[in-house]
Design a protein around this ligand. Sequence first.
Ligand code: UD1
Ligand code: MG
Length: 450
Amino acid sequence: MTTSLIILAAGKGTRMNSELPKVLHPLGGAPLVAHAIQSGASVSPERIVVVAGHGAEAVEKAAQDYHPDLTMVRQIEQLGTGHAVLQAKDALSDFDGDAIVLFGDTPFISPDTIEEMIAARAKHAVVVLGFEAADPKRYGRLVMSGDSLDRIVEFKDASEAERAITLCNGGVVAAKASVLFDLLSQVTNDNASEEYYLTDIVSIARDQGLSATAVICAESETQGINTRADLAKAELTLQTQKRSEALENGVTLIAPETVFFSYDTVIGRDTVVEPNVVFGPDVTVESNVTLRAFSHLEGCHVSQRSIVGPYARLRPGSELSEDSKIGNFVELKNATLGEGAKVNHLSYVGDATIGANANIGAGTVTCNYDGVMKHKTVIGERAFIGSSTMLVAPVTVGRDAMTASGSVITNDVPAEALAIGRARQENKAGLAAKLFDRLISIKAKRKKDI
Ligand code: UD1
Ligand code: MG
């Protein structure tokens, strides 16, 4: 049986107290909705339908950034989770398989759990995901008779006895798409919230003699995000997971609790990550790299045996070849470093290509921006850029060339040439001593005048 996903992402998320739609709040560097799509995509669905509403344009754009092949539908008024799923009906009218409903605000559902729900569909018309809640709060409660799920009751509508149930609704539902839409067409909003509840399909299915059950997963998977506090808790969960994964994969983290990963960070074996390193999205670090303390990396690739930091910043488009070295207070952006190249101290290298074994002296700046456009700097193999060189792009320094310290390089430098671009030094004998005397007497006179 083929499956399609329906991802609910139309809600405002009032309790987030935010201008940003709830499902766009970032977790591990990616919006919540991207996490739900990623979990679901693991079962290779035939179609993925995202239901957007509140902030629809932004939600659609963000979702498509993470998964280009999505069907977007809109829920104009947010009348409840059941009403939201119904908006996917037309998009799936010619689809004959199972639909799996995932919530955009529930990012930790594992692929194994979704597989288990698909398997349970062999025996039951409706399969819901449940979990034993340590503190059930406002979650919907699952009313079971043995293995059979009788109905789901929302917290607001539950009796005292029902509120005492600790088996809760995790939000994932699996059913044949046509059955799901048929059941949903019978749902009313006759409840405490006056919403069309997706959860009501269970009792309607049972009344029609269809069977329903719950697949139980760990509570950590069903953590839903409704408040900023929930989001902070989810971030901790994700970081804890990523840190253990890195350690298991043979990465040394000297102080794991101080290292922050993105949802997609990749790090090779025997790489050492010192304390307080932060990974933004889209970072790949190969094996045997040393990432020294307080470095910040995003959108970059670091090859084997390179050393980065302490206090280095690798911005998007930074590409380090093997054995390269980036030292303290160095910023790279859209820059490629050849094998063994070094930028050791206090430099900005942007929109640049640095050849193998080139050495960029302290305080070098690629002046890449003229206030309107960006320009490129190219430095050849084994070139030596003297400290505090300003490379005014577009500019090329040839292989084996040198620039003198403090130069402002505005013209290309041929291979093997030495470029000096600064005023010639003049020494005035005895002038410093005279100047000191004069300044000291001026200062003394001022004191007397006061
Ligand atoms: C829902 C469940 C509850 C379950 C909990 C698990 C219902 C009625 N209740 O409650 O049983 O324990 O999730 O986290 O299903 N959404 C829309 N359109 C709407 C309303 C919601 O797209 O009109 C989306 C939201 O963006 C969100 C998801 O559906 O991604 C869940 O909505 P939310 O309001 O958070 O439901 P809960 O009250 O948490
Ligand atoms: Mg919720």
